[in-house]
Design a protein around this ligand. Sequence first.
Ligand code: F0G
Length: 458
Amino acid sequence: MELPYTEPYKIKVVEPVRRSSRNEREKWIAEAGYSLFQLRSDQVFIDLLTDSGTGALSHHQWAEMMLGDESYAGSTSYFKLKEVINNWLDMPYFVPTHQGRAAENLLFSALIKEGDLVPGNAHFDTTKGHIEFRRAFAVDCTIDEAGNTTLLHPFKGNIDLNKLETVFKNNPKEKIPLCIITVTCNTSGGQPVSMQNIRDVSALCKQYGIPVFFDAARFSENAYFIKMREEEFAQHRIKDIVREMYSYVDGATMSSKKDAIVNIGGFLACRDKDLFEKISMYCILYEGYLTYGGLAGRDLAAMAQGLKEGMDFDYLESRIGQVAHLGQQLADYGIPCQIPTGGHAVFVDAKKFLQNVPKEQFQAQTLAIELYLEGGVRGVEIGTLLADRDPVTRKNRYPALELLRLAIPRRTYTNNHMDYVAACLANIYEKRDRITKGFRIVKEAPIMRHFTVQLERI
Ligand code: F0G
């Protein structure tokens, strides 16, 4: 018999989580204005709000934290991180940052001006936010297949080369400061980008003289999918796949809270010395001196160690296997999800799930609230609330996909927890026809409303 995968670790420290009653949860969620962000974490039983900064450190990482060097300049912990970024990712220059969006801020401060276009594959919200804040435009060039949740495609994060070339052909080079490839692509469902697509995008960008950067938050999960789904790489080590991926880009912004398995941290890496010098100025201005970039020495040390652990095949197999396990359970219950399951999360198709709730009443948010009430599980809406209003007409924007994201923290929950989550959703799925009403907005912020929105039941 073929042996199943198991976690390549055992558990040394546990953190109790408290169950609650449905009555308690009814009260708490009403007090929170039906916003899952407004709940206290001790009102949540299983927290799948995000996989960002919520993973469990290894004992090697804790040991590195004890060795953390808190010197203001030239900390030995910085040099440990430098060793990994220079040698494993083959990036000659970098600055640490306090998290991913800070790296975006530094890079875009150096590169983007008003009216510019930044093509890429479904930019993450903060990436888009930083682009739009500079009155520039994020142009989504993701392949159309990504928008069809029922279609099986191995690389739904891929960039459509025709869409990309159209942007290049119709605009002067000076207006396109960079192209961004997000690996894996969070917005399209944690979906990977193939090595072939990275090669092709890189070649096209080179032809038009446009720099290309990774949004690298989940780069090792992407490398795992390349190994499993792209025949050429079946025998390659993850480390070699990663090196090849980075060889095609001019740099990367990184949220280390994902694939470097730390609670806080990020970095910005690049190949060009002039760009590095420009970025360095912004780093000192916004983040801190170049060898700590807004982080404690111990954070740098944990990040260096976490980056290496994140590229371990056995770890990736169990991590992505756990996400796939939840995806498979939901599929077995007949629950509609984005397929294939992504690297860090399962995305439930709320439009198909709650067909009797009108879209004006926020289907994915309604499902997220139902899931919390059913079992104290917290997911996050990726739908109309997140899409905000049109800046000109102020009308709600209704995105093609209305999703409930269940993001799995790394090394944190067991498959029993996943089974519990699946059972909660199955119970709701059984009574879905009777769920006919959603929510209306009572109060919202002008942009990025989904963090603070207040709702009431219809
Ligand atoms: N890029 C991607 C693809 C992300 O998923 C995130 C964060 C960022 C950049 C920003 O990084 O949070 O360190 O500033 N994603 C989290 C999430 C918040 O829940 O998906 P950050």
